[in-house]
Design a protein around this ligand. Structure first.
Ligand code: NAD
Ligand code: 0WE
Length: 259
């Protein structure tokens, strides 16, 4: 008996086997869910399809979340092959590399708009497109980061986009609650994924995190997967509009412990 037996999930944002989205996919699959995938077209054949096949998934569709027609296509394909959706996972973000270094004050108009479009508006667009297929009791889960609330050096325009994403979670939760649909975010501590590769100072931050976080360990995609399983399942039946921290306690600390 799995927590998600008979449920279906559609997961956006697998890039490779280090992706948080893949950690979530494994946790949902292990609990009995049937999982489908959507990612950027260039990743599908080399990366996503082999991972999907390894857990017996056949639904793998390309989607650039900046393109409305791509979003419509994915959900009409889902409708052709399924009779509803229980779990929608949004695990994607993008900003120009040049906007993730130096001063936030130098962010361009188009860099700001791009980060908002891919990293925040896409949650609204995907949720709306999924709505006709989302059943009562279904769950929408997105990924955020502490840089939405406090200044993290170099996170810059992504911090502002994540603040917008977190507010969007609350407005979506208020809209969809009457239909029995819950919307929540997981705020994960730093994880070495493709999106973290080559970020200036990430290595130091990753090491420093372990010294400050009460649990004294880095966060893994499996850690995030387990909280996603809770949010996707009936265990969280009265939880909506929340940001849940999977950060080893990092965000509760005011000053480092000193030892
Ligand atoms: P990742 O690189 O594995 O995943 C990011 C995904 O975003 C990729 O699959 C990429 O293709 C996708 N993406 C980017 N632009 C897109 C577009 N226009 N259309 C469709 N997909 C697009 O990295 P990750 O760390 O697993 O990131 C997943 C989520 O977790 C992101 O929202 C990220 O902000 C968040 N997050 C990451 C960390 C971390 O430290 N890695 C911490 C907290 C939150
Ligand atoms: O949300 C993220 C990363 C999101 C991200 C990463 C990239 C790298 C490649 C968005 N856009 C891009 N664009 C690229 O061209 N994280 C939470 C991981 C992360 O990124 C940081 C961090 C942390 C943590 C950037 C600066 C400082 C800290």
């Amino acid at each position: 008996m799995g927590l998600l037996d008979g449920k279906t999930a559609l997961i956006f944002g697998v890039a490779n086997d280090h992706s948080i989205a893949w950690g979530i996919a494994q946790a949902l699959h292990d609990a009995g869910a049937e999982v489908g995938f959507s990612s950027i077209e260039s990743l599908i054949d080399k990366r996503v399809r082999p991972l999907a096949e390894s857990i017996g998934s056949t639904f793998v569709e390309p989607c650039d979340v900046q393109v409305d027609a791509d979003i419509e296509r994915v959900f009409s394909r889902w409708a052709e092959t399924h009779d509803g959706l229980d779990i929608l996972v949004h695990a994607l973000a993008f900003a120009k590399r040049e906007d993730l270094t130096g001063r936030f004050v130098d962010t361009s108009r188009d860099g700001f708009a791009l980060a908002q479009d891919v990293s925040a508006y896409s949650l609204v667009a995907l949720t709306r497109a999924a709505l006709p297929q989302l059943r009562r009791g279904s769950s929408v889960v997105t990924l955020t980061y502490y840089g939405a609330e406090k200044v993290v050096a170099n996170y810059n325009v992504m911090g502002v986009a994540k603040a917008s994403l977190e507010a969007s979670v609350r407005y979506l939760a208020a809209d969809l609650g009457p239909d029995g649909i819950r919307v929540n975010a997981i705020s994960a501590g730093p994880i070495r994924t493709l999106a973290a590769a080559g970020i200036g100072g990430f290595k130091g931050m990753y090491r420093g995190f372990v010294e400050i976080a009460p649990l004294r360990a880095n966060i893994t995609p499996e850690d995030v997967g387990k909280t996603a399983l809770y949010l996707a399942s009936d265990l969280s039946s009265a939880v909506t509009g929340e940001v849940i921290y999977v950060d080893g306690g990092f965000s509760i600390m005011g000053a480092p412990s000193g030892d």
